[in-house]
Design a protein around this ligand. Structure first.
Ligand SMILES: Cc1cc2nc3c(=O)[nH]c(=O)nc-3n(C[C@H](O)[C@H](O)[C@H](O)COP(=O)(O)OP(=O)(O)OC[C@H]3O[C@@H](n4cnc5c(N)ncnc54)[C@H](O)[C@@H]3O)c2cc1C
Length: 405
């Protein structure tokens, strides 16, 4: 006897169609109660969380199967920056072909480095643009918060509010409770519009150590979208999160004293604290696959993640298409993991060594080589050249401490 998916769902206690419509009301959102109920009743893949990794994973998977995103807080105003040769499949707010760094070298001299990064670009996109890309690819959204997951044989029951849905595969980007941290990366940023033209369009300031702090690693970061508009961030790496008030005060000073922003309007604010550690990710559970930050996808030494999320998403989608299982993932090799662990240990224990190290890294290597290294795509001779260009003492001392711990 041929059993339809609908009959199979009913036999498992899941209501579909009009039964589901009358049995529960749909949450506020873009679906009518009936289409909502149908949407959540029989997805092939459910993505939990509509942040960066959820949207990128849904976008990649949508080429192979129907996908639905469950996200309780839609309409995020977030923006993400990344560098890459090829753009992500999303509309961009800005694209910069040059990088600027302001730092002090090992001999104490202040240096301003400008580097053309062609064929790379530094780009910025918004959450709204990525959401539009997922919708254009046929991904469906529901505004619900997932409460719990129940693993049942070859399917997963996803419970939310007063309803539940079945999924063949779940891709879960919810944050985990206790993430390991060697150091914390704390951000405070504003998107501003200045009265005067103060930003060089097309040139991103990647690290501006003129915003340096006494007791931890701190730098400014500027991504202009025109000569009068830019995202300006103050980024700290410290053993503990830096209090928001101190960050915001530092950001105001950076804007007025270093950038010389003059009078400006704040269009948007963002802030956050991310734990960074070069350790293994939260493990998957059967058909529940961890993605994004909770899958340990962020590059521990930079805190950047969206290009890695996209690479991971494409591997997942390819594996689903070829094997019917998400058995290909982006994983850092042991060499890069080790280098990240050493770098975080220098940040933790010898923060004053980071600025000269960055001066040596960007001053002593072509920027494309540095970006390939940070993307974990450098050849062995390139990695050797980068390691050779760095100051030895802080990194050897950090490696020795790691060996003892
Ligand atoms: C302020 C800040 C700026 C950053 N900027 C950049 C950047 O420019 N470039 C870059 O590469 N990286 C950046 N990062 C690092 C990293 O890429 C981002 O944190 C990224 O958003 C992580 O993606 P994610 O999908 O893992 O988590 P998130 O984007 O945080 O997404 C998780 C989603 O899960 C949802 N969720 C939570 N609980 C539930 C639930 N119960 N049910 C359903 N959904 C739920 C949340 O609402 C959220 O939308 C930044 C981090 C911060 C904090």
């Amino acid at each position: 006897m041929l059993v339809t998916r609908e009959q199979r769902l009913h036999s498992r206690g899941v209501q579909t169609g009009s039964a589901a419509c009358s049995a529960r009301s749909a949450p506020e959102g873009r679906y009518s109660p009936c289409s909502y109920a149908e949407a959540v009743a029989a997805p092939n893949a459910v993505v939990i969380g509509g942040g960066a990794s959820g949207m990128l994973t849904a976008l990649a998977l949508s080429t192979t199967m129907p996908v639905q995103i469950l996200e309780p807080l839609p309409g995020s105003e977030r923006r993400w920056a990344y560098w890459s040769r090829d753009p992500l499949p999303v509309g961009h707010i800005t694209s910069c072909a040059a990088l600027e760094l302001h730092l002090r070298r090992e001999d104490g001299r202040q240096a301003a480095l400008q580097r053309v990064i062609d064929p790379y670009r530094f780009r910025v996109f918004s959450a709204a643009a990525l959401r539009s890309a997922t919708e254009a690819a046929g991904v469906r959204w529901a505004d619900v918060a997932v409460d719990r997951l129940e693993l049942r044989g070859d399917e997963v029951v996803v419970h939310y509010g007063r309803g539940h849905t079945l999924a063949a595969w779940v891709f879960d980007s919810r944050p985990v409770e206790q993430e390991p941290a060697t150091v914390w990366m704390s951000f405070s940023g504003v998107e501003i519009r200045t009265d005067d033209a103060v930003f060089p369009p097309g040139r991103a300031t990647y690290m501006d150590f003129r915003a340096r702090a006494r007791d931890h690693v701190r730098f400014g970061y500027v991504l202009p979208s025109s000569s009068r508009t830019a995202l300006v961030e103050l980024v700290s790496f410290a053993p503990r999160g830096v209090p928001v008030a101190a960050r915001e005060q530092g950001l105001r000073r950076y804007l007025s004293d270093v950038i010389g922003a003059g009078r400006y309007d704040v269009l948007r604010r963002e802030s956050g604290d991310i734990p960074l550690a070069a350790v293994n990710a939260t493990p998957d559970r059967g058909r529940v696959i961890r993605i994004g930050r909770s899958a340990g996808i962020l590059k521990p030494s930079t805190g950047f993640g969206v290009t890695r999320m996209w690479r991971d998403a494409r591997l997942l989608a390819r594996a689903m298409a070829l094997d019917g299982r998400p058995d290909q993932r982006l994983r850092s090799g042991p060499g890069y993991r080790y280098l990240d662990a050493v770098f975080l240990e220098v940040i933790r224990a010898q923060p004053e060594a980071i600025e000269p190290a960055m001066a040596a890294l960007f001053g002593g290597n072509p920027p494309q080589r540095v970006l390939r290294f940070l993307d974990e795509e450098a050849s062995l001779p390139e990695v050797a050249a980068i390691v050779a260009s760095m100051p030895k003492q802080p990194f050897l001392a950090a490696a020795a401490r790691l060996r003892q711990s």
